[in-house]
Ligand binder design. Structure first.
Ligand code: RFL
Ligand code: PHB
Length: 394
C-alpha cells in the first residue's frame, strides 16, 4: 500500500479544513487535506453569506482577504421587519464598531483553495472510503482510495473537518461522545436571483405566513429565503410561486420590496441544532459542522467553524513549538462554550422569527411582543448586535 507521512491529516476541504490547513502552513506545520468531492463541486456549493467581524479579521491576518476586501459588502446594521414595518438595528453603533461582511461561502472556499494550491501542500479531491485508525494512540493513520488505489496516511493528529455527514465523528467507539440534538418544524427554501438588492442591509421578516429573509451576494445578485415545511417538495415551487410568497412576506408598508429577477439557483435546507461532546477523542479533533450544527437564522455555522480551527491551529502549534499541550487539552471545553452560546442565539433568532403551525394565539401574541420589545429596547438590541456581529476569537 502506498504510504504518505504528514503531521496533521485534515479530513474535508470545507471552510474548516481549508482555514486550518492554511493556519498550519503559516506556522510551518505540514498537513494533507483529503476531500471526498471534486474541486468544482466544493467551489460551487452555495451556502452561507455572513462573515462575522472576527472571521473577516482572521482572513485578513492570514493574508487571504484581498478579494474579500474588494468584493465583500460590509454591513453596519440589519433590519427586523414585522407588521409591515422595518426596524433597523445598528450593529456597529451598539458594539463599538463591529460589523458583518456579506461574502459568499463559495467565494471564501475559492480563495482558500487557490491559497492552498499556491503553497504546494497536498489537497486531494475525489478521495473515497476514508477510514480513521488508532486514534487513541500517538501515531494514528488514515486509509483512503484515490484513483482506484488504496493509500495510507500516517500522521500525528487527525482533524475531523468533514461536516455533519462526515466519517470522523462516526469513527469513534460507541459511548465516547454524547450528542445533543433538536429539530425544528421548518426548513428554508433559498434562492439566488439576478436582481439588484433594493436594501443596503439584510431584512429578517416575520409575517403571518412565515419567516422570510432578504440577503444579497453582489450589487447584481439577491439571496432570499422563505420558511417552508420540512417535507416541502422543491418541484411544487415554481419561480412565480416563490416570488409571490417572498413579496407578500417581505413587502413593508413604506413601499419597500425586493426587486424580482431570474432565479438561477434554488434549494431546500432542513434545520437542526446539534452538538457533540467532547470535541476530541485521543488524537482526533472535531471542528466545524462535524461537531455542531446551528439553524441558519443566526448566521453562525461558518463563523463557528472558523473559530474552532483558529483555536486548533494555535493548540497544535504550541504542541510542536513548545511541547505544550494545554491548548489541545482545553480545545474541547473552550469550543463548547462558544458553541453553546451560538446555539442559544441561533435557537432564539429561529424561534423569535419563525411562525410555528402548532403555535397558539397566545404564542403568536407573545412572539409579537418579543419583537416589539426588541426594536424598542436598547438593551435588547445590544444583546442581538453583540451576538450577531460575533464575539472576538478566544
Ligand atoms: P462543510 O462546509 O460541510 O465541509 C465539510 C467538507 O468535508 C467533505 N467530506 C468528506 N471529505 C472526505 N471524506 C469524507 N468521508 C467526507 N465527508 C464529507 C465535504 O464534501 C465537505 O467539503 O463543513 P465546515 O468546513 O465545518 O463548514 C461549515 C459551514 O459550511 C456551515 O456551517 C455553514 O454553511 C452554515 N451556514 C451559515 N453559516 C454562517 O456562518 N453564516 C451563514 O449565513 C450561513 N448560512 C449556512 C447558511 C448553511 C446553509 N445550508 C445549506 C446548510 C445558509 C444555508 C442555507
Ligand atoms: C445568506 O446571505 O446566505 C444568509 C444571511 C443570513 C442568514 C443566513 C444566510 O442568517
Amino acid at each position: 500500500m502506498q504510504t504518505e507521512q504528514t503531521q496533521v491529516a485534515i479530513i474535508g476541504a470545507g471552510p474548516a479544513g481549508l482555514i486550518l490547513g492554511h493556519l498550519l502552513h503559516q506556522r510551518g506545520i505540514d498537513s494533507v487535506i483529503l476531500e471526498r468531492r471534486d474541486r468544482d463541486y466544493v467551489i460551487e456549493r452555495v451556502r452561507a453569506g455572513v462573515l462575522e467581524q472576527g472571521t473577516v479579521d482572521l482572513l485578513r491576518e492570514m493574508g487571504l482577504a484581498e478579494r474579500l476586501d474588494r468584493e465583500g459588502m460590509r454591513h453596519e446594521g440589519l433590519y427586523i421587519a414585522f407588521d409591515g414595518t422595518r426596524h433597523r438595528i445598528d450593529l456597529a453603533g451598539l458594539t463599538g464598531g463591529r460589523a458583518i461582511t456579506i461574502y459568499g461561502q463559495n467565494e471564501v472556499v475559492r480563495d482558500l483553495i487557490e491559497a492552498r494550491e499556491a503553497t504546494g501542500r497536498p489537497l486531494y479531491f475525489n478521495v473515497s472510503n476514508v477510514s480513521l485508525h488508532e486514534l487513541d494512540t500517538r501515531r494514528p493513520f488514515v486509509r483512503y482510495i484515490q484513483d482506484g488505489t488504496a493509500r495510507q496516511l500516517r500522521c500525528d493528529f487527525v482533524a475531523g473537518c468533514d461536516g455533519f455527514h462526515g466519517v470522523s465523528r462516526r469513527s469513534v467507539p460507541e459511548g465516547v461522545f454524547t450528542t445533543y440534538e433538536r429539530g425544528y418544524p421548518f426548513a428554508w427554501l433559498g434562492i439566488l436571483a439576478q436582481a439588484p438588492p433594493t436594501s443596503d442591509e439584510l431584512v429578517y421578516s416575520l409575517h403571518d405566513r412565515g419567516f422570510a429573509l432578504f440577503s444579497m451576494r453582489s450589487p447584481a445578485v439577491t439571496r432570499l429565503y422563505l420558511q417552508v415545511d420540512p417535507d416541502e417538495n422543491l418541484d411544487d415551487w415554481s419561480d412565480d410561486r416563490i416570488w409571490n410568497e417572498l413579496l407578500v412576506r417581505l413587502r413593508t408598508s413604506d413601499g419597500w420590496e425586493p426587486a424580482v429577477g431570474p432565479i438561477f439557483q434554488k434549494g431546500i435546507t432542513p434545520m437542526r441544532s446539534f452538538v457533540v461532546e467532547p470535541m476530541r477523542y485521543g488524537r482526533l479533533f472535531l471542528a466545524g459542522d462535524a461537531a455542531h450544527i446551528v439553524p441558519p437564522t443566526g448566521a453562525k455555522g461558518l463563523n463557528l467553524a472558523a473559530a474552532d480551527v483558529w483555536r486548533l491551529a494555535g493548540a497544535i502549534a504550541d504542541h510542536y513549538a513548545a511541547n505544550d499541550d494545554t491548548g489541545l487539552d482545553t480545545y474541547s471545553a473552550r469550543g463548547l462554550q462558544r458553541t453553546w452560546w451560538a446555539q442559544r442565539f441561533s435557537w432564539w433568532m429561529t424561534s423569535t422569527l419563525h411562525r410555528s403551525t402548532d403555535g397558539s394565539p397566545f404564542d403568536h401574541r407573545r412572539q409579537r411582543a418579543e419583537l416589539d420589545y426588541l426594536v424598542q429596547s436598547k438593551a435588547a438590541m445590544t444583546s442581538l448586535a453583540e451576538s450577531y456581529a460575533g464575539l472576538p476569537l478566544a
